[in-house]
Design a protein. Structure first.
Ligand code: SF4
Ligand code: SF4
Length: 165
């Protein structure tokens, strides 16, 4: 897995133009069955992928924390939400709460998340490859394929499946 992660930024860069064209076409005319197709591709890929051998999302990019994430995780630590924010978070250029630093503070050396049950919504949903109307997050996906081997593979599979549509 480490090998794949190390190569991923280069591989994603090589696919950048192809992916841009693919997603531009997909946004213009998304196939009717896209939501079902994404769900199947996502499930198949994550049956093969062991996130505990990777954790590259937790190591290189942090989630954003919604107010309800902050309240839920602060409660888990029996902290006041404001104290949780001061201790772990900062506000980014989009005025969102994000981690003060990466790798994520809550990631263990064994790649387990210490707040897994109460982790932010963005962590639960990453890399968003099973979300509905997937074509609407193509810019985000083009960034995620450089971070997440599963997202990279899913996009490659999508291109093969939709090549003749
Ligand atoms: S979601 Fe992607 S980047 Fe995160 S641990 Fe799983 S395979 Fe790795
Ligand atoms: S909160 Fe947990 S799942 Fe989310 S980035 Fe941190 S370690 Fe990863």
């Amino acid at each position: 897995m480490d090998n794949i992660i190390a190569q991923l930024p280069k591989l994603a860069k090589e696919k950048q133009n192809e992916n841009k064209k693919f997603f531009a076409k997909l946004r213009k005319k998304p196939p009717k069955e896209l939501d079902y197709m994404m769900r199947d591709l996502h499930e198949a890929e994550f049956q093969r992928t062991d996130c505990l051998k990777c954790a590259n999302c937790c190591k290189t990019t942090g989630p954003l924390f919604t107010n309800s994430d902050v309240e839920r995780i602060a409660k888990h630590y029996r902290m006041k939400p404001q104290k949780f924010v001061e201790t772990y978070l900062r506000i980014d250029e989009d005025q969102d709460y994000v981690l003060q630093s990466v790798p994520c503070t809550f990631l263990g050396a064994d790649n387990y998340c210490s707040i897994y049950e109460v982790r932010p919504k963005a962590c639960r949903e990453f890399p968003h490859t099973d979300r509905k109307k997937f074509q609407q997050i193509s810019n985000l996906t083009m960034k995620n394929v450089a971070i997440c081997p599963a997202a990279y593979n899913i996009v490659e599979e999508m291109k093969k499946l939709l090549a003749n549509k």
